[in-house]
Design a protein. Structure first.
Length: 375
């Protein structure tokens, strides 16, 4: 009875309850039985009428629920139903299209705004960025103006810098510092975006660790340096300035060293980088070791400049190798000791030299006994 429920209106049809014998429940017999009953009950029932039926049980007896309507009326209602379904479908499709267009406009505008914002950030030159102001001063850091302020604060408060790290990472500049004798409020008024870890104290003196980040753009240079010339020059600087080379690598180009005349080492390395047009992309200085990372694809002008650190090296805790210088009188005394031992028929076996400049000399006397003498 699907057409009865979905097509026929109440005013266009009649409904009957007809008892049906068991032998007329199914097939053509059922249709003929319904037609004969409708001829008796429904006025003017002819072939112009159509009907539909549903079998039900009433008090255990089979009953037919029959609906009768004119075929013309049924066709009109079916046409109206198809028309309504088409209108509903067209409306739904229109709604979906509008929704998709609206979503596309929102997404497109959002991407366009982000693109414009990025382009504006790149075009701005000399304007303060979210975190760090960056400029390319001839005597200062390229993009690390925060270091100048740090050196000024530490110097005024007789503080010390234990560690300092400068780094270019993709398009990000990072400055990290561990300093003693300064307080957070001395930075926060000027550098509000400075990240400061909880301050610790040593004998009531503050020890502060801070981190500062910002954006920077580095253009890759076209020419590349000759590593066969550059690397030996860096090694030569470390040897001539009494530096102890701890680690070296070629990819990336890295040198890690300790001791030595740190100020002279950094000035000489800065000169080598300028001559070879090689940029420094990372510099770490601490009490126990110093690390420099070079990038042959970055020009000297875009890299980290070491001159500002050299000018403020007095503020850093750095270890210096103390080599004891032997005076003329000490040399003569040593020569006299050696001459006496030779006269006593004592044979020199060897000697051990220490970093402080002192030497232990080992002899074997005439009895074969080992003798040690400190020079």
């Amino acid at each position: 009875m699907s057409w009865k429920e979905n097509v026929v209106h109440k005013n266009d049809a009649e409904r009957y309850k007809i008892a049906v014998p068991f032998n007329f429940l199914f097939g053509k017999k059922r249709q003929k039985y319904i037609s004969s009953e409708l001829e008796k009950r429904h006025p003017c029932f002819t072939d112009d009428f159509g009907f539909d039926s549903v079998l039900t049980l009433v008090h255990g007896k089979p009953m037919l629920d029959v609906v009768v309507a004119k075929k013309i009326k049924l066709e009109e209602n079916i046409a109206d139903l198809k028309k309504r379904k088409f209108v509903y479908a067209a409306g739904f499709v229109f709604f979906v299209i509008c929704l998709l267009l609206f979503s596309f406009v929102i997404v497109f505008n959002h991407k366009n705004d982000k693109t414009k914002a990025f382009e504006n950030d790149e075009k701005e030159d000399g304007v303060e960025q979210t975190n760090v102001q960056y400029s390319a001063g001839a005597d200062g850091f390229s993009g690390f103006d925060f270091c100048d302020f740090l050196f000024e604060i530490v110097g005024k408060n007789n503080g010390r810098i234990r560690e300092l790290s400068l780094k270019y990472d993709c398009f990000t500049q990072t400055v990290e510092a561990l300093a003693k004798g300064i307080y957070p409020e001395q930075f926060s008024e000027i550098y509000s975006d400075l990240f400061i870890l909880p301050v610790s104290y040593e004998s009531e003196v503050p020890v502060l660790k801070c981190k500062y980040k910002g954006k920077v753009k580095i253009d890759k240079k076209n020419e590349t340096c000759d590593l066969k010339s550059f690397l030996p020059r860096i090694r030569k600087v470390l040897v001539q300035c009494d530096g102890d080379l701890i680690e070296e690598s070629i990819n990336p180009i890295l040198f890690r060293f300790n001791y030595g005349d740190v100020e002279k080492i950094l000035r000489e390395i800065d000169c080598v980088c300028k001559d070879e047009n090689v940029g420094i992309t990372q510099f770490d200085i601490a009490e126990n070791q110093k690390t420099i990372l070079f990038d042959k694809d970055v020009s000297y002008c875009d890299g980290i400049k070491l001159k500002n650190i050299c000018d403020n090296i007095r503020l850093f805790d750095v270890r210096v190798k103390h080599v004891k210088k032997t005076t003329i009188s000490e040399k003569k005394a040593t020569e006299m000791k050696i001459a006496k031992n030779i006269a006593k028929n004592i044979t020199k076996i060897g000697e051990v030299k220490y970093q402080d400049g002192t030497t232990n000399v080992f002899y074997k006397d005439s009895n074969g006994k080992l003798v040690k003498e400190r020079m």
